[in-house]
Design a protein around this ligand. Sequence first.
Ligand code: ATP
Length: 236
Amino acid sequence: MDLAVQTRGLSKSYAGVHAVDGIDLEVPRHSVFGFLGPNGAGKTTTMKMLLGLIRPTSGSGSVFGLDITTDSPRVRGRVGYLPQEPRFYPRMTARETLRFAAGFFYSGPADAIEARIEEMLELVGLSGKADRPVKTLSGGETQRLGIAQAQIHQPDLLILDEPAAALDPLGRRDVLAILEQFRATSTVFYSTHILDDVQRVSDIVCILKDGRIVSQGPLEQVLAGGSESVFVAVVE
Ligand code: ATP
């Protein structure tokens, strides 16, 4: 199988806490991978290890065959990341925000950069609000801007930490619809604690609890229970 992400026994411990405890992930290229688990399951810690922002205590991992500990700058060159609580300059407009991000990641003629920004604004449904300061955007619009920013340099893998969790049902639906569109051009690895989200938009699902994988595989297989039954109760 052609994998975007693979880990073997990946673990991270903090004094007395096994945040991530020996996980083996397999994320096929061009899949939407739903990483499902309750608060504190270890989702953010796993994502940060894949990005090289946290060093594993033990185990290994690769992104497009690049080692996550020894090759992390090259990994980051191929990955777009939306943290759980993205921060923006409130007075910058949406367009300026994307131009600022593009300055770090995207080299090329100015008109190509502007065209890319326009394309991203269109994709996330912000074309009509492109020249408004970020502080005037709604939560859902801000989150969609974050997705556009993570995607500005055309990464092969998008890692999105709870991109829809803080939104109302309509906002979540919009964000999930955007994720689905990225399947054709890249691989999407996103976390959520909401079962309904992975049911709506995922090809492969991994359920994490207390740092361990409870179940992993194609959506229908995991939700059907496979060899073991899985129950996830979410209280919102
Ligand atoms: P949430 O959805 O609440 O963000 P999560 O699944 O992303 O949850 P993590 O943030 O990865 O979970 O945390 C996993 C566990 O590791 C938690 O018990 C957390 O308290 C612990 N943890 C994370 N970072 C640290 C740290 N720097 N020091 C100590 N413990 C930590």
